[in-house]
Design a protein around this ligand. Structure first.
Ligand code: FES
Length: 89
């Protein structure tokens, strides 16, 4: 079981390992537009647990760069592998 924590409210959501992040992020106020890694609307800082997210997609690397994906991710592209991830919403 994986856990996504939303920093502004400290709300937590348990998800099966390997779940996409998008649906829960939308419920917690993170905006989405293209949902394809093109627009950057869904980029959020990852405050803790970056290693528990899936590897960055090519779309994320193209938009954020190799350094950018160390601190921020596109929530339309990420899956939570396991463990706990805290994002700023
Ligand atoms: S919603 Fe456009 S990049 Fe994620």
């Amino acid at each position: 079981m994986a856990r996504l924590i939303f920093d502004s409210t400290d709300e937590e959501q348990d998800l099966p390992d390997g779940s996409p992040c998008q649906e829960e992020c939308e419920k917690h106020g993170i905006p989405f537009a293209c949902t394809e890694g093109i627009c950057g609307t869904c980029i959020v800082p990852v405050l803790d647990g970056m290693d528990n997210l899936s590897d960055p997609t090519q779309a994320e690397l193209d938009f954020l760069g190799a350094d950018g994906v160390k601190t921020e991710r596109m929530m339309c592209q990420c899956k939570i592998k396991n463990g706990t991830v805290r994002v700023r919403n």
